[in-house]
Design a protein around this ligand. Structure first.
Ligand code: ADP
Length: 250
């Protein structure tokens, strides 16, 4: 089966400083994958390469078998949405106004919001459980509420795959669990999930596959059980031997 998202031999450098080298992996439609790795290893960069907002220096990124290089931005945005770590909103936009921005890939110069667009926005707000916040000012929301609004914005694009950049960062444990439950709900709706996850305790049981970006641009791929061994995590996160075990939740 053609993977929904695939990287083949992808390499990337910022101003000559190599961050990713020969990255190969594929995600099947309907799968739920966690991307883990230490700070600065290249997770955000990898997600941005997957959206086409960065172009690989070598190799290629394929969306449903088509090279991103050959696709228009609007076409990509109708299949794939990225929920960024931060969303800078300079004005007093309401939640509904923010979520409506997700329809941009469907609107034309002569085509404003139609019934289908309104339905998609309502559905996105409903799925992400932000309907009751629709008239609230985005910049006045709590971290957990903002995270759900950003997800609603992504969902308004009606993507087949949702990429999330550290969606549980800075959330309390209750909001983290809510967020993970939301990812389960989206997966049940048939949306493929690919999320970088900082809070490792959330990975086992919630993500069926793990992609670990390790030192030296190496990648380890497998189930949480396969990948998240003490030895592998100590190596990947440069954690002194034996110390991680004690920090691990039972
Ligand atoms: P992660 O998401 O795993 O923390 P990033 O992908 O954000 O890692 O960053 C990978 C490396 O690339 C880091 O060393 C970071 O400092 C560097 N980097 C990220 N963005 C830029 C940029 N716009 N320009 C130059 N270097 C960058």
């Amino acid at each position: 089966m053609t993977p929904l998202l695939e990287m083949r031999g992808v390499g990337f450098a910022y101003a000559g400083r190599e961050v990713l080298r020969d990255v190969n992996f594929s995600l099947q439609e309907g799968s739920c994958t966690a991307l883990i790795g230490s700070n600065g290893v290249g997770k955000t960069t990898l997600l941005r390469l997957a959206t086409g907002s960065l172009s690989p220096a070598s190799g290629e990124v394929l969306l449903d078998g088509l090279g991103l290089r050959r696709m228009a931005r609007r076409e990509i945005a109708r299949s794939l949405a990225l929920v960024p770590q931060r969303l800078e909103v300079p004005f007093r936009f309401t939640v509904q106004q923010i979520v409506e921005q997700g329809r941009t890939p469907y609107l034309g110069r002569l085509r404003g919001m139609l019934v289908d667009d309104r339905i998609a926005v309502e559905r996105a707000m409903d799925l992400a459980r932000v309907t009751s916040l629709r008239t609230r000012i985005f910049n006045e929301l709590s971290g957990g509420e903002r995270q759900r609004v950003k997800i609603a914005l992504g969902l308004a694009q009606q993507p087949r795959i949702l990429l999330l950049d550290e969606p549980t960062q800075n959330l309390d444990i209750g909001r983290q669990v809510e967020l993970v439950d939301l990812l389960h709900l989206l997966k049940a709706q048939g949306i493929t999930i690919f999320a970088s996850i900082h809070d490792l305790h959330l990975v086992p049981g919630n993500f069926e596959k793990v992609l670990l970006l390790g030192p030296g641009q190496s990648i380890v791929e497998g189930t949480a059980e396969d990948v998240m061994t003490n030895e592998c995590l100590e190596w990947a996160f440069d954690c002194p031997p034996g110390r991680y075990v004690g920090m691990r939740p039972a």
